[in-house]
Design a protein around this ligand. Sequence first.
Ligand code: RNT
Ligand code: ZN
Length: 418
Amino acid sequence: MTTITERYELAKAKYAEIGVDTEAALQKLQQVKISMHCWQGDDVKGFLTPDGELTGGIMSTGNYPGAAHTPAQLRADLEKAYSLIPGKHKLNLHAIYLDTDEAVDLDQIEPKHFEKWVTWAKEQGLGLDFNPTFFSHPMMKDGFTLSHPDKAVRDYWIEHGKRSRKIAEYFGKELGETCYTNFWVPDGFKDNPIDRLSPRKRLMESLDEIFAEEIDEQYNVDTVESKLFGLGAEAYTVGSHEFYMGYGLTRNKAILLDAGHFHPTEVISNKLSSLALFSKKNLMLHVSRPVRWDSDHVVIMDDELQDIAKELVRNDLLEKTAIGLDFFDATINRVAAWVIGTRNTQKALLKAMLEPTDQLKEMENSFDFTSRLAYTEELKDFPYGDVWNYFCEQNGVPVGLDWLKEVRAYEENVLTER
Ligand code: RNT
Ligand code: ZN
């Protein structure tokens, strides 16, 4: 039996033949942090109104047993997932995941309601990102929040947005790592609107109010996430791609691209290079998988995931890009969902790092499209899996399917007891 190291050495030699340094790729991959989203652990319920309805036009389907019902359970599940993922990463929290005995509403949240998450993140060596929650709440009226015609509704959500940024600032200060705070606002109409302009103007003004206070970007960076449509908002979403391109570029806010928020054949991989040219800010991604609609399936090693990774690596955008995940599947073991999606994202990045990028660019620049095609096709069969397995082993996490055994054991001992 050849060992993981022996297989790696063979792969290393094979990659070296085409000018790829596997050691450099491994070092690079070690630096990449993925922001894993807390909401896969409990089907986007949170702890504010866990029995309430999930609104905002998103949907989690399935009733696989073992969802987390308390912050402590969610943290335990996250710890299990992180223990099976190589490297050091971040956790992406939503406001509804506050951890407190106090009865607080979204317009009253303060850093102290997230203290336990910070203590835990410090123990675990994790960074934190944050999201105000503009859904699953009775103050979302008629499908609208920040762009609602009623000022009282808008003011409620503006207050929530402002407080969310203070919580993010607190995360950034406490953890010594920038917190990315993502604004996704589901407001929209089911059927064709007469007035597409006024809600957008109101959203713009509400956001301007939320962002009025300068917060040191060492601690908090605001990001804005667009969307094409939601369930029940099929005809019109206020915060469209054009809206946030304009908003982000003029307000100097980071633009977040979610892989599921565009027309079915439209891909975010082809948007990264343009954004990188025109946005002074870093970019953020929600790596997700839309299946016929914005279904938020677990990320698999499909063409778009690989294309996203290639764009980040080939254009040297990794340092400029915060990579977050966004999927929620309740038909499978939720810890497994995290592990599969996160490991795939890392693996796709590694695969991209194992390309002879400079040589490929050189072929293209000299119009040698024959070699470009021959190399990119041949590369598909290169042994990147052996390099990945070595990376896992070096990081002390299970290699190959071994992680599934651990998830199964955890399921048996912990999840089914809930
Ligand atoms: C919804 C957006 C958004 C949410 C999370 C829960 O379509 O993608 O990012 O998934 O905020
Ligand atoms: Zn998203």
